[in-house]
Design a protein around this ligand. Structure first.
Ligand SMILES: [Ca+2]
Ligand SMILES: [Ca+2]
Length: 141
């Protein structure tokens, strides 16, 4: 009696795995990736992004929650500002996050990496001001 049940559970596990792979494959082709893809995202795994230097939120700012990958920043549903491509000037990395950013979409061209708790008042210092077009947020324990 236990055998068919185990087999069914295995089937369900495999089916769930396929569905999640299919979903991941589809979502990576979609432009619309939410600013917070995982509502139960891990505490401290985020990046605060600002449209101006010195963490000036008067213009626009957002918290992008990870872990996650954004091959484009042009369309982030759930963000206060949906289009962050080539707009970030300052940023604060959460205490449990490692931020990777790229100069072009699709994680291409120049890459910069910022560790947990990094505060960059002006990305101009790295020639990255208003240059970021894709990013990944990695969880750091
Ligand atoms: Ca800007
Ligand atoms: Ca570019």
């Amino acid at each position: 009696m236990t055998k068919p049940r185990t087999r069914r559970r295995t089937f369900c596990t495999i089916a769930a795995l396929f569905l999640s792979i299919a979903y991941a494959a589809c979502s990576s082709h979609k432009a619309r990736i939410p600013a917070n893809p995982n509502p139960a995202s891990i505490d401290g795994c985020w990046v605060d992004v600002f449209d101006a230097d010195d963490f000036n939120g008067d213009k626009a700012h957002d918290r992008i929650a990870g872990p996650g990958e954004w091959s484009t920043l042009r369309d982030l549903p759930g963000a206060a500002k949906v289009d962050w491509a080539n707009k970030i000037d300052s940023l604060i990395v959460g205490p449990h996050a490692r931020l990777h950013v790229w100069k072009d979409e699709g994680f291409e061209s120049t890459h910069w990496e910022f560790g947990p708790k990094t505060q960059v008042a002006s990305l101009e210092k790295y020639n990255a001001g208003n240059q970021i077009e894709s990013m990944k947020l990695e969880y750091v324990p």
